[in-house]
Design a binder for this molecule. Structure first.
Ligand code: G3P
Length: 217
């Protein structure tokens, strides 16, 4: 399972990279705005800065909603760095653009996926990643994890190579449950990864080991 962090915060990206388990980064326009990154030049420079920190794939989202605009923006983003994955919305022109970029050997991430049908279409278009938003489904009393399971089944039935990138992860149990189902990638806040570290018996056990060591030294 690949671990991505879902943030445009450079400190959090550095911290995740330093941990040694980071495989990539996803961003979106809302996450950029949260960090105060506005204006095209600043946004492009920020993507470059993220690519310098991490070794893996960095999803950069287009703003255009028409095919020509997505192609224009996507090509500009892809030219920034070989790590860039062009993130496209799950709409008709986004699917067309995913096919276009796939034919050109440029990686894509089809985002804002909320149904298995949408995920099937993204795979047919040859998307590198598909991003089902599990947290936002949970928010409206619909089981986000069930969507991950449905997509896993469909992709396995036909051997689709599109990777399931479980997105809108809110907490550590989402990460664990996605791992059980077989999502290829998780993307979430750094806290959802750091939560995997925690167990009180680890802390208690370590404290005792150190205390016992001190007794004899
Ligand atoms: O990767 C998609 C993600 O950014 C959405 O997360 O928490 O805004 O639903 P959230």
């Amino acid at each position: 399972m690949k671990f991505f962090v879902d943030t445009a915060n450079l400190n959090q990206i550095r911290e995740a990279q330093d941990l040694g388990v980071l495989d990539g980064v996803t961003t979106n326009p809302s996450l950029m705005a949260k960090e105060g990154i506005t204006g095209k030049e600043n946004i492009l420079n920020h993507y470059k800065a993220i690519c310098e920190i991490v070794d893996g794939d960095v999803s950069a989202e287009v703003i255009a909603t028409d095919f020509e605009g997505m192609v224009r923006e996507g090509e500009e983003l892809a030219a920034l760095n070989a790590q860039i994955v062009v993130k496209l919305p799950m709409i008709k022109d986004g699917i067309k653009a995913a096919k276009y970029f796939n034919d050109k050997g440029i990686k894509t991430n089809v985002t804002l996926v909320f149904s298995a049908g949408q995920a099937l279409l993204a795979a047919k278009a040859g998307a590198t990643y598909v991003s089902p938003f599990i947290g936002r489904l949970d928010d409206i009393s619909t089981d986000g994890l069930n969507l991950i399971a449905e997509i896993r089944e469909i992709y396995d039935n036909y051997g689709f190579e599109t990777q399931i990138l479980a997105a809108s992860i809110r907490h550590t149990m989402h990460v664990l449950n996605c791992a059980k189902i077989g999502a290829d990638v998780m993307t979430g806040p750094l806290s959802s990864i750091l939560g995997l570290l925690k167990h009180p018996l680890t802390d208690i056990g370590l404290e005792k080991f150190l205390a016992d060591y001190k007794k004899g030294n």
